[in-house]
Design a protein around this ligand. Sequence first.
Ligand SMILES: Nc1ncnc2c1ncn2[C@@H]1O[C@H](COP(=O)(O)OP(=O)(O)O)[C@@H](O)[C@H]1O
Ligand SMILES: [Mg+2]
Length: 414
Amino acid sequence: MVLLVAGPAWRRRHPAAWWLCVGFPAAALRVVRTWRPLMAACGLAQSRKAALAVVSGLVTSGGPPPNPRVPGRGRTHPKAGGFWFLVRLLPGQVPEDFVKAAPAMAHDWEMHAVRVTTERPGVVRVSATFADPLRHPSVPRQRDPGRLLRVVVGVLESGGAWAIDLRQVPHWLVVGATRSGKSTLINALVSGLAPQRVALVGIDCKGGMELSLFGQRLSALATDRAEAIRLLNALVRMARERMEHCRSAGVRTLWGLPEEERPVPVVVIVDEIAELFLVANRMEKDDAQSVATALVRLAQLGAALGIFLIVAGQRVGSDLGPGVTALRSQLGGRVCHRVTDSGTAEMALGDLHRDALHAAQSIAPDVPGTAVLACGGGWERARSHLVSEREAQAIANEYRHLTPDLPQLHDDTP
Ligand SMILES: Nc1ncnc2c1ncn2[C@@H]1O[C@H](COP(=O)(O)OP(=O)(O)O)[C@@H](O)[C@H]1O
Ligand SMILES: [Mg+2]
């Protein structure tokens, strides 16, 4: 009775203690109660007689009542705002079967989300979170200059800082529908990079509406396709010169050069990639082809030579042509905001983590800035810090004296 009255207030004031004492035991009980029917309903139970999946509603007539075998479940462990346990798969089952069942588990256990990951062969880890930690992120935004080419742009679902570190993952593909948070992420990134000794270059073929805000801090900005082609070719030439420089100095990457000789790192930000690839006629097709070739070349050479790519787009599907798929395979880091077409999510995450697709497609419109991140190893949900255009513009202006002069980028030879 006391709990009924004081419960909600307790939960609001001390969510962690509430979860441990009330929420978690109740959820653990629900797991125990629902495990067997849930496994059967999801087709994950096996008949003891034959290796036949028992589908809900299927009852064999006659004989003893069926008592199907269900996957073994380990002890339920509490964690901040959720719980986890391990499950041993039955013969013939694969982790993907459990990934597909995750939404049903979340529903039956009244949890916000359930994530299934492979622990080791034959064993998966099922972890559930009670509420979306990204709805009200608690980690404050901090403005620190940070390590070169590393920027904290938001918070991770696990509670840590979401840092984009270009020296670790040099090239990124950022996708999301309109108002899903792409520009805000670019704002956060530019605000973090502006105080560092780096050159920023923009390609924004929507007439430069977005990136021209940072004009004072950009070493070059292209606002239409023709300019973009010239700029990209100049960047490829720059990469080649740097390669020559490294070779004659006998080092394999830019970072091997002595500091006073080392050219400045260049971060190339491309907003709305589709504008570069959409074609209406044959001539445009050639243009799109040269853009794709230059971007892929830049990505291949760039990382070792201090040239980094951030490519953002609203709709990035395979319908934009083979160039996009070729480019995507060079962009190792992926950020997928809320998307409206499955093709874009597929393009951003499909080749790395198929199980992240569902997480990306279930991002709600009322939590802009929420995204699924993937780069090689695993995937994670995160939310960017809200950095407004005005704020980002002010920071870019404040550090305009750091804008490196790169005359070779304005060289017009094709
Ligand atoms: N991380 C965030 N936290 C809170 N609100 C956000 C966040 N990211 C975006 N928003 C809100 O959503 C709006 C649209 O975001 P924006 O970055 O302009 O989207 P896009 O560039 O994808 O169209 C922003 O004006 C802001 O109000
Ligand atoms: Mg935008």
